[in-house]
Design a protein around this ligand. Structure first.
Ligand SMILES: [Zn+2]
Length: 354
């Protein structure tokens, strides 16, 4: 890979090791363990070609993530896909998911009933979204990155046959106890066991995968025409509610690639799937078509840069309704720490301190 120019969004995105999230004790412990594995080169980084179009020219967008980890986010000059590059290799990510991921992201290293229940509720949302267009009765469903299997449990209760894979074995063990058929590993386990799904679910998973092209091509070769893939990723153009308009808050070391709906759709089209329905959250349902024919090259570079600039200015806008809502809810709760974090977020804290 080659960095062609520095388009870093602002000085906040420079590597300085500082987290912008408040972390609890368990999360801090996980973060320190990850940092020490990076410092001692137990985690290995590799430069890669564009995950979408295989080209090699990138512009640099950010040097850190929300945890303060050195995460290099770049945008492809040829297609506009935002991605982490260089990024850790597969062995390093396997260790990360097995030992640190859940603890860093949720503060819990083992599956819990609360987590399972949240997954189960989320399963209902996915079920309702897909049911708008598809009859879900008697479907065979595989979920990739199934965690403890809570999403699948909802589909199972509604008459589907379900299987799941995940790299975090303690979550898999938890879900098995709940009677969900889960395996530790990747989709290769599903192929080896000759399980034939009609619907594959990726809920907040595709953005973690090191080679999404190969992942989706494997499914294209394995599924029948008319079989479906449901994909949910944090939408790059949907930062207001969950990330307070802050792209830095959205960046996290586990994510290797970032989509909005249009980019996800062109990525799936290229790999032989048509979109049935989708939104900017992003939730989208795709169906396998007969032939991989779409060779039209889309370049989303300008669109993506404009999205990032839009959120940088929204984040700083004290009159933005979401920013105001957040501020006043904290004034009401008298949360001083969050009010300080609000002013830091919109970039006026350093002036107030003077
Ligand atoms: Zn590209």
């Amino acid at each position: 890979m080659e960095i062609l120019s520095n388009k870093i969004l602002s000085s906040r995105y420079k590597a300085n090791g500082k987290a912008i999230l408040e972390l609890n004790k368990s999360q801090t412990e996980a973060l320190n363990a990850i940092k020490s594995k990076i410092d001692s080169s137990k985690y290995v980084f590799e430069a890669v070609e564009c995950l979408n179009c295989n080209s090699n020219g990138f512009d640099l967008i950010a040097e850190k993530d929300r945890y303060g980890l050195a995460v290099s986010t770049v945008i492809c000059r040829e297609c506009g896909l935002l991605q982490t590059n260089p990024r850790m290799n597969q062995n390093s990510y396997n260790d990360f998911y097995e030992n640190h991921y859940r603890q860093l992201y949720s503060g819990n290293s083992i599956g819990t009933d609360v987590f399972f229940k949240n997954q189960h509720n989320h399963g209902k949302l996915i079920y309702d979204f897909i049911r708008q267009n598809v009859n879900l009765e008697d479907l065979n469903i595989v979920e990739v990155g199934a965690g403890a299997g809570g999403i699948l449990s909802f589909f199972k209760e509604n008459g589907c046959a379900v299987w799941g894979v995940d790299l975090g074995s303690s979550y898999v063990d938890f879900g098995k106890e709940k009677g969900i058929e889960l395996f530790s590993g990747t989709i290769d386990v599903i192929f080896e066991k000759k399980i034939k799904p009609n619907l594959v679910i990726y809920s907040h998973v595709l953005e973690h995968i090191l080679n999404p092209n190969i992942e989706i091509q494997k499914w294209y070769n394995y599924l029948n025409v008319g079989d479906m893939i449901y994909i949910e990723v944090p939408g790059l153009d949907n930062l207001t509610k969950n990330y307070r308009n802050d792209f830095l808050r959205y960046l996290q070391n586990a994510h290797t690639v970032h989509f909005n709906l249009a980019i996800l759709e062109s990525f799936m089209n290229k790999n032989g799937f048509d979109m049935v329905i989708g939104n900017e959250n992003v939730q989208a349902l795709f169906v396998k078509r007969e032939l991989v024919t779409n060779k039209k090259k889309n370049n989303n570079y300008e669109t993506v840069i404009n999205i990032l600039k839009k959120y940088e200015s929204k984040r700083k806008n004290i009159f933005d309704s979401n920013n105001r809502k957040y501020f006043f809810s904290n004034v009401k709760n008298k949360s001083k720490r969050n009010i300080v974090s609000f002013f830091k977020n919109i970039g006026v804290y350093k002036f107030l301190k003077k």
